[in-house]
Design a protein. Structure first.
Lengths: 269, 265
C-alpha cells in the first residue's frame, strides 16, 4: 500500500513541474465554460419565462449551466492519459520493466491515475470551480448534494480509469492509439451526458442509455449535485448501480488484460 | 511562379510517399477516419438534441447551425492534413533532431510541414462536405455565380487563418521549453468556433473578432451564404485576416529558426 501511495504522491508533484501549463489549461477550461454559458444563456433567454423563470425539461438556467460547466471541469479532472501512457510503454517496450516489479501493473497504473487526478484537481478543477461559482455566479449546491456527489464522483473516476485501461490494453493488439482512444472519448462524451444533461435527450435515446454504464460517469454525479430537492434514496440507488458497473467492468478489464498479455511482443535490445 | 510549381510538385511527391508508408497501418487509417467522422456526427447530434428542446440559438435554426459547423470542419482540413507536424515541434527542438531541417536547399517551413500528412483529415473533410451539402439543400441556398466564386476564397481565408494561428502557437517552443499547453489552448478554439457569434455579449464578441479571431474560423464567412441583407466588413475579412496571420506566422517561424541554438550534442 505504501508503495502505491508513493506513486500517487510523485504523480501529484509531477503535475506542478510545468507551472505555465497550468495557466493555459485553466484558460482552455475557462473558454469551454464561457462558450457553454453563452450558448445556454441564449436558448434560455428566448424561452418563455426568460433566463430567470424558464424551466425546460425540469431544469432552470442555473441548474443547466452548473451541470454543463462542471461536466467540462470534470472532463479535465478525469483526463489522465492512462491509455496513451500504456501505448507508449507498449510501443517502446518499457512495459517489460513492470513485469519484473513486485507490484501489480493495473494497481500501479491506477495509483498513477489517482495521482494525476489529484494533481488536476488542485491545479485545474478547483480554479475552474472558482470561475464557475465566483465569476459566473452559479449558486452553491447543498451540503447533502455535495456529499453524495463526492461518492458518485469517486465511482466516475474509477470507471474512467477502467475504460482508459481497456483502451490501453487494446494497444497490445493494435499498436496505435489515436483512433481507439478518441473513439472512446466520443462514445463516453455523447452517451454519458457530459455535453448536454440527460434530461434533454429524446425519450427513446434515454431509455437505451440508462442500461449502459456511461450515464453513471457524468450524469449521475452531476444530476445529484444540481438537484433542487434532496433525494438520498434515489441517489444511493444510483451509486449502488454505479458500483455494480465498476465491479463488472473491473473484472472484465482484468480478464482482458491477462488475455492480451500473451500477445505482448517486445523487440530484444 | 517557377518556384511555386516546384514546391507543388515536390509536395505531391512527398504526399504520395507518405500515404504509402501510412498504408502499412491500414487498421489505424480506417479507425482514425471512422473516429473523426463519429466525433463530428456526435457534435452535430448534440446540436440536434439542444435544438430539439429549444427552437432557436440566438435566432439561428438547426440547419443553419449545421451549415456553420460544416464550414468550420472544411476550413480545418488544411490544418489537419498539412500542418499536423507542428504538434511534434517541441520534441524536435528539445531532442535536437530539428537540426536536419536546416540542411536542405528548400524552405525550412515547407520541409518541416511536408514531412507529415495526417490522413484523418480526409474523414474530417468528407464529414464537413457532406453536412455542408445536406444543410445547404435543406436551407434552399441559391448558389449564384457570385457565391460559388466567394466560397473557395472564404474557405481558403479561414483555412489559412486557423493554420497560421496554430503555427504561431507551436512556434512558442522556440522561446520557451514546452509550449504544448499554449498550442492546446489555441487548438480548443477550433471546437468553440462553430457557434454563432451572436450568442456573446459585446465584450466577448469584440475579443473573438479582433484578439482571438475565432469568429472568422466559420461564422462570419458562413453568413455570406445564410443571409441576403447587408453583412458588413466582417463577412469578407477572413481572407485578409488569413493572409495577415500567415505572414506573421512565417516571420515568427523564420525568427525562431534563426535563434534556435540546437542542443549542443
Amino acid at each position: 500500500m505504501r508503495a502505491y501511495l508513493m506513486i500517487i504522491a510523485n504523480c501529484i508533484k509531477s503535475t506542478f513541474t510545468y507551472r505555465a501549463h497550468i495557466l493555459f489549461q485553466i484558460l482552455t477550461s475557462a473558454l469551454m465554460i464561457l462558450v457553454q454559458f453563452f450558448i445556454w444563456r441564449a436558448v434560455f433567454v428566448a424561452s418563455p419565462g426568460g433566463i430567470e423563470g424558464a424551466v425546460v425539461r425540469g431544469m432552470s438556467f442555473d441548474q443547466t449551466f452548473l451541470y454543463v460547466s462542471l461536466a467540462a471541469a470534470l472532463g479535465v479532472l478525469m483526463r489522465t492519459w492512462t491509455d496513451w501512457d500504456m501505448n507508449g510503454q507498449i510501443r517502446s517496450g518499457d512495459i517489460i520493466m513492470f513485469m519484473f516489479k513486485p507490484a501489480d501493473y493495473m494497481k500501479y497504473m491506477f495509483s498513477n491515475s489517482i495521482g494525476f487526478m489529484a494533481g488536476n484537481l488542485i491545479s485545474i478543477t478547483i480554479p475552474s470551480a472558482i470561475v464557475i461559482f465566483g465569476f459566473f455566479g452559479a449558486p452553491l449546491p447543498g451540503v447533502l448534494n455535495t456529499l453524495f456527489f463526492a461518492f458518485a464522483l469517486a465511482g466516475s473516476c474509477t470507471l474512467t480509469f477502467l475504460f482508459d485501461f481497456i483502451i490501453g490494453t487494446t494497444c497490445f493488439w493494435t499498436m496505435s492509439i489515436w483512433g481507439i482512444s478518441a473513439g472512446k472519448e466520443v462514445i463516453i462524451a455523447f452517451l454519458s451526458g457530459a455535453l448536454i444533461p440527460l434530461g434533454f435527450y429524446p425519450e427513446a435515446l434515454r431509455s437505451v442509455m440508462v442500461w449502459l454504464p456511461f450515464p453513471y460517469m457524468y450524469n449521475l454525479p452531476l444530476s445529484i449535485l444540481t438537484a433542487s430537492k434532496a433525494n438520498p434514496l434515489v441517489w444511493a440507488q444510483g451509486i449502488g448501480v454505479q458500483l455494480v458497473w465498476v465491479i463488472v467492468i473491473l473484472a472484465a478489464s482484468r480478464a482482458y488484460y491477462r488475455y492480451s498479455l500473451r500477445k505482448l511482443t517486445v523487440n530484444g535490445g | 511562379m517557377n518556384k511555386l510549381g516546384f514546391y507543388c510538385r515536390l509536395y505531391a511527391l512527398l504526399f504520395a510517399q507518405y500515404v504509402k508508408t501510412r498504408m502499412q497501418y491500414r487498421f489505424d487509417f480506417f479507425i482514425s477516419n471512422l473516429t473523426m467522422i463519429a466525433t463530428n456526427l456526435a457534435g452535430m447530434a448534440s446540436l440536434w438534441i439542444l435544438m430539439h428542446n429549444f427552437p432557436l440559438l440566438a435566432g439561428w435554426k438547426y440547419e443553419q447551425l449545421i451549415f456553420i459547423y460544416s464550414f468550420s470542419l472544411m476550413a480545418q482540413t488544411l490544418l489537419q492534413v498539412c500542418f499536423d507536424h507542428i504538434w511534434q515541434l517541441r520534441y524536435h527542438l528539445n531532442t535536437g533532431t530539428f537540426i536536419k531541417y536546416y540542411f536542405k536547399p528548400i524552405n525550412s517551413l515547407f520541409y518541416y510541414l511536408s514531412e507529415m500528412v495526417d490522413l484523418k483529415g480526409i474523414g474530417l473533410f468528407v464529414c464537413g462536405a457532406a453536412a455542408f451539402v445536406w444543410s445547404s439543400v435543406r436551407l434552399g441556398i441559391v448558389w449564384t455565380p457570385m457565391r460559388l466564386l466567394a466560397l473557395p476564397v472564404l474557405l481558403a481565408g479561414s483555412s489559412l487563418l486557423i493554420a497560421s494561428l496554430l503555427l504561431i502557437a507551436a512556434c512558442g517552443c522556440f522561446w520557451v521549453k514546452d509550449s504544448y499547453s499554449i498550442l492546446a489552448f489555441i487548438n480548443s478554439f477550433r471546437d468553440q468556433s462553430r457557434y454563432p457569434m451572436d450568442i456573446y455579449n459585446t465584450a466577448f464578441k469584440a475579443i473573438f473578432t479582433f484578439i482571438l479571431p475565432m469568429g472568422f474560423f466559420a461564422f462570419y464567412p458562413a453568413r455570406v451564404f445564410l443571409e441576403d441583407s447587408a453583412l458588413g466588413w466582417t463577412a469578407w475579412a477572413s481572407p485578409v485576416f488569413g493572409a495577415f496571420f500567415f505572414f506573421i506566422a512565417v516571420r515568427i517561424w523564420e525568427k525562431g529558426t534563426k535563434i534556435w541554438g540546437g542542443t549542443g550534442s
